[in-house]
Design a protein around this ligand. Structure first.
Ligand code: ATP
Length: 344
């Protein structure tokens, strides 16, 4: 089956100022995609282009095989069959919850409107709040109503712009997972804009990393974490550092951490210079070694985090899950436990 949404060679922005260019990605039916990236990288700009609020400079966007945006044509937002949920909920303050959802239905659903409103309120777990006004609801409840309003007309694709960022951390995690369940239950595809990597990984089937005006990588959370295409993506989706190395053979690299051996090949030829990206969880201090000294350590409950200073003065972070007889000031070795390192 072909994709639901196809974005091809998209370039978009404002008043002839290009914000993102050469963007290519697809969203499948029922798939949740997250656009992730630093503030100002253009996530909302891309969402606006998909929604039809902004024209595209070049490339095209198609939905279910039909072109909805190109440099010559922009289908108006209300004819795209897309729903939108915003960061600030954007509910009508003078309308009750039920009336807000009815607004989402427009003239559709006819006599079935009341049933549809009740179904939507059940879906977002607010069955008894139809008569309340938005100011009588918590932030999380308001966002549930905004979701119900957007889902009521059965959109082909739901667009969500930082939908959870006004909520506190616990509620944010809980609601984001609930929304994921609701979308999966209803089989509705979505694009969610967020700057929170953990949120993107928790709810996204696919995640796109936007930075420097380009889509750096589009893939599953696992692909991004284990096979990042560059150091920017590697560092954005988890902690880690680059270490320069010289290959001794295809399994063995000389670095400032010492000679590292890997179970899987990581080099092409002996003598080749490479950059290894190594995460703190892959580095462990070892009692009795002489590669580094322990500057400090923090017990986190399920692991201990160590700040180490290598003999050349560089500071690195390491983690160990098991208890080690190591204290601040000790001299230690550094064990690298990774089968196949990330190499650039
Ligand atoms: N209406 C506008 N007119 C001109 N420039 C704009 C407009 N809206 C946004 N921009 C600029 O476009 C760039 C991308 O903005 P955008 O809102 O898409 O980023 P973002 O990744 O969603 O950021 P954030 O995470 O902070 O919301 C920014 O440099 C911003 O200043």
């Amino acid at each position: 089956m072909s994709s639901l949404l196809d974005v091809r060679s998209l370039s978009c922005g404002y008043q002839n100022q290009v914000i993102v260019s050469s963007l290519d990605f697809s969203v499948d039916h029922g798939e949740i995609a997250c656009l992730l990236g630093p503030s100002g990288c253009g996530k909302t700009t891309v969402l606006r282009a998909v929604a039809g609020f902004s024209p595209v400079f070049s490339g095209d966007i198609s939905l279910a095989g039909t072109t909805i945006s190109s440099d010559k044509f922009t289908l108006v937002p209300e004819k795209r069959g897309m729903g939108m949920v915003f960061q600030d909920y954007a509910l009508f303050p003078h309308l009750t919850v039920g009336e807000n959802i009815r607004f989402g239905l427009g003239k559709s659903a006819g006599n079935g409107q009341q049933n549809r409103i009740a179904d939507m309120l059940d879906l977002v777990r607010l069955p008894d709040l139809s008569k309340r006004y938005p100011h009588e609801l918590s932030g999380g409840q308001q966002q549930r109503v905004a979701l119900a309003r957007a889902l009521a007309p059965q959109p082909k694709l739901l667009l969500m712009d930082e939908p959870f960022s006004n909520l506190d951390t616990d509620l944010r995690q809980q609601l984001s997972l609930e929304v994921k369940d609701i979308l999966k239950e209803q089989g509705i595809a979505a694009i969610v804009v967020t700057h929170d990597q953990q949120e993107a990984f928790a709810i996204g089937d696919k995640v796109g990393i936007l930075a420097d005006g380009e889509l750096q990588q589009w893939g599953s959370p696992q692909e991004l974490y284990h096979h990042p295409v560059n150091a920017m993506v590697a560092g954005f989706v988890g902690k880690g550092e680059l270490f320069s190395g010289v290959c001794l053979n295809e399994f063995c690299v000389e670095t400032e951490l010492g000679t590292l051996e890997f179970a899987e090949p990581c080099c092409v030829a002996a003598g080749e210079n490479i950059e290894l990206f190594i995460r703190p969880t892959d580095l462990k201090p070892v009692v009795g070694g002489k590669t580094a000294s322990v500057k400090s350590l923090e017990f986190l409950g399920d692991a201990t985090r160590y700040q180490l200073q290598l003999n050349n003065g560089r500071k690195v972070e390491a983690m160990a899950r098991e208890p080690l007889r190591i204290e601040a000031g000790d001299s230690v070795g550094v064990e690298v436990s990774v089968h196949k390192p990330i190499v650039f």
